[in-house]
Design a protein around this ligand. Structure first.
Ligand code: MV4
Length: 445
């Protein structure tokens, strides 16, 4: 087993990884920017190394600084967490060159899913359903117009180097194509230094349902059921749950099979997620694969009783997985608590937490790096806690979540707690009748 793991991340996920390492008897090394010197991950790790100035490019994204920290501390492995370098093929490659195990997929696996057109072609070959559309890059405006008329409007333009919603354009008719084509291309070029775009049929009012998978070094892949992540705002997930209220045993079987095919097609090693769009007729389409542990992994942990970080570390050391698929037991919901003002367009609200009482009690898990007296720096993600409620039924989990939110005391900053309190009482949310457009019409009182 690894003796020492360096955690190339911060915040709640760094703490989450430290907890599992401690249970496994593995020593941990925290890295931190000068803005994070008073962070909990620094205090809780066995060793800590400052890797630079507050800007991510000088610290958590700085490969040279992180590798230097790993060398001087003798790390056997690096866990990238999520965000930052988690899906950086170059980083995975450099770790390998230094004889340090990257706890995640190989560079080839990251690249196979990082380029969306390549990923889609791989999925078609593997027999995974994809959204109908033109194969390959759009060569010209003319090409785009021809293809849109073949597919039928509405269509969506996406960046091949994109993901997570950046640089997408929905086009409803010929007359809108020129402008959309040009802006999509310009945005893609500016955001990803790659202006390649492609086209798909636009699926209206879809659900976002993803399948958690795990693959080992011997080519075996299993799935651990789904998460419904349809409660999103501007491509930021706010609430996730498992099982999906839209799921049926038959759909889980079909989506689970497709997810295993998808991961097997690239011989995927590590934990990962296959994201699908699901329409109202329960047709589902591959959207993208996340080659990392995700923020919302906790809901799967609570309904399957797996520690996914532990599984990820065991896979990295070369242990085989069981090869069994897992059904959710009970129901888990996660609310992301962000330091943002929900009454003011979710504007970030960094600053000092003066008073803090985090919820607890039966059925509640809180993953957070917040403490009373902690100052949230303005440089990074605004998520300060995840509350996960677990119960036998969805209704009970929602009630437990509402109860826990109502006892959460946090002063000094604004948070998204009022938003979640109202959502947990919302009739449409409670009935399970929602899709990715739900929050567009949700009014905070
Ligand atoms: C789509 C779509 C409808 N049709 N593709 C958004 C994130 C990126 N991964 C892909 N996304 C979408 N792709 C087709 N062909 C609608 C979205 C989409 C969306 C997807 C999941 C969750 C929230 C969303 C919000 C707006 C649009």
């Amino acid at each position: 087993m690894f003796k020492k793991i360096l955690i190339a991340n911060r915040g709640e996920i760094a703490l989450r990884i430290i907890r599992t390492c401690r249970e496994m008897g593995i020593k941990t090394i925290a890295v931190y920017s000068t803005a994070d010197k008073d962070s909990l991950h620094v205090k809780f790790a066995d060793e800590a190394v400052c890797i630079g100035k507050p800007a991510s490019s000088d610290s958590y994204l700085n490969i040279a600084h992180i590798m230097a920290a790993a060398e001087i501390t003798n790390a056997d492995a690096i866990h990238p967490g999520y965000g930052f370098l988690a899906e950086n093929a170059k980083f995975s490659e450099i770790c390998g060159e230094h004889g340090i195990k990257f706890i995640g997929p190989t560079p080839a696996m990251i690249n196979a899913m990082g380029d969306k057109i390549t990923a889609k072609e791989t999925m078609i070959k593997a027999g995974v359903p994809v959204v109908p559309g033109g194969e390959g890059l759009l060569e010209s405006l003319d090409h785009a117009l021809r293809l849109a008329n073949e597919i039928g409007y509405p269509v969506i333009l996406k960046a091949t180097a994109g993901g997570g919603g950046k640089g997408m354009r929905v086009v409803w008719e010929d007359g809108d194509m020129e402008r959309s084509f040009n802006t999509a291309k310009a945005e893609a070029g500016a955001a990803f230094k790659n202006d390649g775009i492609y086209m798909e049929k636009f699926v209206e009012e879809p659900r976002h349902i993803e399948i958690q998978i795990a693959g080992d070094q011997y080519g075996r892949v299993s799935h651990l059921s789904e998460r419904d992540c349809s409660i999103q705002r501007r491509h930021q997930k706010l609430v996730e749950e498992s099982p999906s209220p839209f799921m049926t045993p038959e759909l889980r079987q079909r989506m689970g099979d497709a997810a295993i095919k998808a991961a097997s097609a690239i011989n995927y090693e590590s934990v990962g997620t296959i994201e699908f769009l699901v329409d109202k007729h329960r047709n589902f389409y591959f959207m993208e694969m996340n080659t990392r542990i995700q923020v919302e992994h906790c809901v799967t942990e609570e309904v399957t009783n797996f520690d996914l970080i532990k599984e990820q570390i065991k896979i990295a050391i070369g242990e085989p997985i069981s090869g069994t698929n897992y059904e959710p037991q009970g129901h888990a919901i996660e609310c992301r608590i962000n330091a943002e003002d929900p009454y003011n367009d979710f504007r970030p609200s960094p600053g000092k937490i003066t008073v803090l009482h985090q919820p607890g009690g039966h059925g509640i898990r809180v993953d957070s790096h917040a403490y009373a007296g902690y100052t949230i720096p303005p440089y990074y993600d605004s998520m300060i806690a995840k509350i996960i409620a677990v119960a036998r039924t969805r209704e009970e989990a929602i009630n437990t979540m509402h109860r826990s939110l109502s006892e959460y005391v946090i002063e000094g900053i604004k948070t998204t707690i009022p938003f979640h309190l109202q959502l947990m009482k919302d009739e449409r949310f409670r009935s399970g009748d929602f899709n990715t457009k739900f929050l567009e019409s949700f009014k905070l009182l």
